[in-house]
Design a protein around this ligand. Structure first.
Ligand SMILES: Cc1cc2nc3c(=O)[nH]c(=O)nc-3n(C[C@H](O)[C@H](O)[C@H](O)COP(=O)(O)O)c2cc1C
Length: 192
């Protein structure tokens, strides 16, 4: 598959077939993040996975789903993620570098998951206290980002900006999730 095809396919997914992930999936995803580039090759990030039904049930209430879908509080039982990966950093350390490193790690894992037909949703909006409790994260580590992982059910479609020019994602009557993206000419603004 051409890489642009993979990058286009690996859209945020928020509704899943709630079945067990193939054994070792989350460890494999973290193995992909393990070899991702990072500032100073410091490898300062740490990872926690939730894969048991009990751990997943404890993580779910900590997450804030799809702020732009005003009437939707997140996936119903039966459509929820089957696993989670939490990216952690040393509390108060390497602010900007950890932020960059975690973005690279998260997208590496999301692309990796997509090659196996799995969908992900990255979360910056979550209750850190609940995440700490759910996974027993020690005080010296801070949960920085959460990724939900599951067997993708939701149909997502990349399109140009909405007719009114806005970039808000939206869901149609058939439940298809539409993701507006700016055209290349608007982003690639200098070529010499
Ligand atoms: C840094 C970051 C934080 C995000 N936080 C959330 C979040 O808290 N809740 C959520 O439902 N989606 C979250 N998302 C998913 C974005 O809403 C999504 O990437 C965006 O709508 C574009 O859709 P796409 O990923 O399919 O391109 C986040 C994505 C990124 C990269």
């Amino acid at each position: 598959m051409d890489f642009l095809e993979l990058a286009t396919k690996a859209r945020t997914c928020r509704r899943f077939r709630e079945e067990s992930l193939p054994a070792g999936t989350l460890d494999w995803m973290v193995s992909c993040a393990r070899v991702a580039p990072c500032g100073g090759n410091a490898q300062a990030l740490r990872f926690a996975v939730a894969e048991s039904p009990e751990a997943c049930a404890a993580v779910f209430p900590a997450l804030k789903w799809a702020a732009m879908l005003a009437d939707w509080d997140g996936p119903e039982a039966g459509e929820r993620p089957s696993g989670y990966i939490v990216i952690m950093g040393e509390t108060g350390a390497r602010g900007r570098l950890n932020a960059i490193d975690m973005g690279i790690a998260a997208q590496t894992m999301q692309l990796a998951a997509s090659t196996r037909g799995l969908g992900c949703c990255i979360f910056l909006s979550f209750d850190p206290r609940l995440i700490r409790e759910a996974l027993g994260i020690p005080a010296e580590l801070e949960p920085l980002l959460v990724m939900a992982v599951g067997l993708e059910k939701e149909v997502r479609r990349v399109e140009g900006p909405n007719p009114d020019g806005s970039l808000n994602y939206w869901r149609d009557a058939e439940g298809v999730h539409h993701v507006p993206k700016r055209p290349l000419e608007e982003l690639l603004i200098i070529r010499r």
